[in-house]
Design a binder for this molecule. Structure first.
Ligand code: FES
Ligand code: FES
Length: 156
């Protein structure tokens, strides 16, 4: 199996790396130290591997490394502000106790960041629908929706 070189932007910085043909974006990101990108189902079903590609959330487990050339990738490692302060969505997850084991959390926060960047406000029903691609085995979702509601809800 051959190796190929790829260039893209990772959390605001240009990156050049190599990958094996057929490797997923999840694998190359984890090889680059982005361990917030979780390996769950590896079939596009659970959202644990979510990253933002040019600002839009994708399941990186079903996105081939080959396709990322020239794109902009954001992982949880790049979400904090330059001064180190937490993103409002991260802070809300802490404040609302929306984290238990944490396996689903990076993906959910990235979807929250995407929604936040849209500049829109969402009803709780819309928030539930927007996070429906993320499986959480622990929280029952209520505190996750509370956290998102606090920042991007219609009454926030
Ligand atoms: S690990 Fe990618 S969707 Fe589950
Ligand atoms: S906090 Fe454990 S899977 Fe969501």
């Amino acid at each position: 199996m051959g190796f190929k070189e790829i260039n893209f932007i990772l959390n605001g910085k240009p990156v050049t790396t190599t990958f094996s043909e057929g490797e997923s974006l999840t694998d190359i990101l984890r090889n680059l130290g982005m361990t917030s990108v979780k390996k769950g189902c590896e079939a596009g079903e659970c959202g644990a591997c979510t990253v933002l590609l040019d600002g839009k959330s994708i399941n990186s487990c079903i996105y081939l490394a080959d396709w990322v050339e020239g794109h902009d990738i954001l992982t949880l490692e790049g979400v904090r502000a330059k001064d180190g302060s937490l993103h409002p969505i991260q802070q809300a997850f802490i404040d609302e106790a929306a984290i238990q084991c944490g396996f689903c959390t990076p993906g959910l926060i990235l979807t929250g960041v995407e929604l936040c960047n849209s500049g829109k406000k969402y009803t709780r029903e819309e928030l539930r629908e927007r996070v429906s691609g993320h499986l959480c085995r622990c929280t029952g979702y209520e505190n996750i929706i509370n956290a998102l509601d606090k920042v991007i809800g219609v009454n926030s």
